[in-house]
Design a protein around this ligand. Structure first.
Ligand code: C2E
Ligand code: CA
Ligand code: CA
Length: 415
């Protein structure tokens, strides 16, 4: 039997058309003064002349080159363009859409939102009074440099987010599965689903490099839904193909903290489980502590709804955040995951070993099972087994595997 079709990504990647880039010929307008705009541009190559009509004459305000942004103000307030932008030479630009920016602003701290508005008013004021572009003359060189640094960081982030959004649409994300084993006898218990990104120019990226950006932009919802669907499909395929020996295999899928106060979370998870015709008893959702501390009441409600679907819950990265023993009993957890940072140092640091022992003891006190992450040294297994830790996961057993290799891993064990 072949792996489910959704797992193949190459054919999608070749269909990638880069809709967020555009070329302008020399003399072509990017936009006109007084028109309404809903996109900004980052100049990738070439140059753009910015002019304003003053006393019936076009006067040059600025000439922008690679890496500079033009037209951003119209994204933030609905005022018409305050200048005309014309390509001086053949110019390649990267397009920033209003939607993405709006999504950012809606999630931004209200103080930041307010500051944005104040700054925007000043910038518009600067343009009107001085006729000197972005009010640059009023700023000292140091302030301009700071502004430029912030601008460059924002540009990098925007580009990365655009690539992420595009990559999600273009099927560049691939499910990988890392085995989780019973520590007493090494039998496989299941997998954790971890999404890898086949970036068109940067190569294969691990989630550690993009989850932050996905969370900040809200794109993580789409990513998590995709991970869940692909994980259920892959496990269904492995179970069907390997028969009853694989019956008990579970799959754990990460659910970002952004879902905690999203009223649609339970329904979305329910729908995927139903559409994939998956037995929810074999699904675990991994959530982090930050979920719980940010909005304990909301979390309690969402988690109760998820548990009602028949799945299990794991508390991930335990001990790395604002862990508070006070809340553990409030949430319907089944597993507690011992963070890699503790497992790693366990063989060399007595302090870390004590923390691991305490965390495992705590899990058992609350009726949970413990899963130790980041096992890459056999010496760790012995210590963890002595501490009665039920499950383990780490490079010693296996790195995250694509679906067909995960299938082979199980098949080899079942012998
Ligand atoms: P996590 O949930 O704590 O996942 C474990 C991470 O540790 C994974 O990194 C895994 O590859 C890595 N790892 C496992 N065993 C070892 C080991 O023995 N040594 C070392 N050095 N590392 C090991 P990865 O794949 O980069 O994932 C990073 C984080 O990204 C994950 O941490 C998880 O929080 C997040 N993540 C991954 N996939 C998803 C997803 O689909 N949705 C969401 N919301 N988050 C995800
Ligand atoms: Ca996890
Ligand atoms: Ca973890």
């Amino acid at each position: 039997m072949k792996p489910p079709a959704i797992l193949g990504t190459r054919e999608f990647m070749t269909a990638d058309r880069q809709p967020h880039q555009r070329s302008f010929a020399a003399g072509e307008r990017l936009f006109d003064e007084n028109e309404l705009g809903d996109v900004a541009y980052i100049v990738e190559s070439g140059s753009v002349k910015v002019t304003r009509r003053i006393a019936g004459e076009d006067s040059l305000i600025a000439t922008l080159g690679a890496g500079e942004v033009i037209g951003e103000m119209a994204l933030l307030d609905d005022a018409p363009r305050s200048a005309t932008a014309t390509a001086e030479t053949e110019t390649q630009v990267f397009i920033i859409e209003r939607d993405l920016l709006r999504q950012h602003l809606s999630m931004a701290d209200p103080m930041i939102n307010l500051l944005m508005r104040v700054l925007l008013d000043r910038l518009r004021g600067g343009t009107d009074e001085g006729g000197s572009g972005r009010g640059a003359s009023a700023r000292s060189a140091a302030v301009r440099r700071d502004y430029r640094d912030a601008e460059l960081r924002a540009i990098d982030l925007f580009k990365f987010e655009h690539e992420l959004k595009r990559g999600l649409g273009a099927g560049q994300f691939e499910l990988t599965l890392q085995p989780i084993v019973h520590l007493d006898d090494g039998r496989i218990a299941g997998f954790e689903a971890l999404m890898a990104w086949h970036h068109p120019t940067r190569g294969r990226l691990s989630p550690a490099t993009f989850i932050d950006v996905a969370e900040r932009s809200g794109l993580v919802r789409q990513l998590d839904d995709l991970a869940l669907r692909q994980a259920l499909q892959a496990l269904t395929w492995i179970k069907r193909d390997l028969g009853q020996h694989a019956d008990e295999l579970r799959v754990a899928v990460n659910l970002s903290g952004v879902h905690v106060d999203d009223a649609t979370t339970v329904e979305r998870v329910r729908r995927v489980i139903e559409e994939e015709d998956f037995d929810a008893r074999h699904l675990t959702l991994e959530i982090t502590e930050s979920w719980l501390v940010r909005d304990p009441d909301g979390a309690q409600q969402t988690l109760a709804g998820l548990k009602d679907l028949g799945l299990r819950l794991a508390l991930d990265d335990f001990g790395t955040g604002y862990s508070s023993l006070g809340y553990l009993h409030r949430f319907p957890m089944d597993y507690l995951k011992v963070d890699r940072s503790f497992t790693e140092k366990m063989t060399t640091s007595e302090g870390s070993a004590n923390i691991v022992r305490a965390v495992i003891g705590l899990a058992h006190t609350f009726g949970l099972q413990a899963i130790a992450e980041g096992i890459d040294d056999p010496a760790q297994i012995e210590i963890l087994s002595d501490m009665a830790c039920e499950f383990g996961q780490g490079y010693h057993f296996s790195r995250p595997l694509v679906a067909k290799d995960a299938h082979a891993f199980v098949a080899a064990q079942l012998g």
